[in-house]
Unconditional design. Structure first.
Length: 181
């Protein structure tokens, strides 16, 4: 393993730390993280490509190529069904109990993300992802937030009970592979 790849793995750990310590609604932490490298990175890329081909979604196929060239990827997800109990109606239901009742009636579908979700939890996820990419940027590691990687990781069952997941592939090289395609 090169010095740059070791550094990327260190930064991935710092990104997971940033996601963990990011502010959470009502101080309740429903965020999950996972660092992916090596053979798992290859498997994630293959799942992204397969999903793109199966559903005729070109950007999944494009993103899978970037993932295959990455040094690592951090997955950040949230258990969006866990409500905060504040009855804000941001989820579209009149109360947190109504959201929970609706979830008990919905069967897990083969869909990219599972919902409905508590809007506070989705906000927590956004803040965690933002904190993680800030950490990558501070340390000059190229990265890109990928919906496609999160969908593939969720389909592979890698993120447990997370209803929404994003992937952030990382690369240390002389050219940003995520934007200079």
């Amino acid at each position: 393993m090169t010095e740059e790849k070791r550094a990327v793995m260190t930064i991935a750990g710092l990104m997971a730390l940033s996601a963990r310590t990011a502010p959470k609604g009502r101080g309740m932490d429903e965020i999950m993280t996972k660092i992916v490298a090596g053979a798992d990175l290859t498997n994630l890329s293959a799942e992204m490509n397969s999903y793109g081909e199966e559903h005729d979604i070109g950007f999944f196929i494009r993103d899978s190529k970037s993932m295959a060239s990455s040094d690592a990827c951090i997955l950040i997800g949230v258990r969006g069904e866990v409500t905060t109990g504040i009855d804000c109606e941001g989820c579209g239901y009149r109360s947190c109990r109504d959201l929970s009742d609706a979830l008990s009636e919905i069967r897990d579908r083969d869909s990219p993300f599972k919902g409905p979700n508590c809007i506070i939890r989705i906000t927590d996820l956004g803040i965690a992802v933002g904190s993680a990419v800030k950490t990558a940027q501070i340390h000059n590691v190229d990265n890109r937030v990928m919906y496609s990687a999160g969908v593939a990781a969720r389909m592979m069952g890698w993120m447990g009970e997370c209803s929404v997941v994003y992937g952030i592939p990382l690369k240390a090289s002389g050219k940003n592979i995520f934007f200079d395609r």
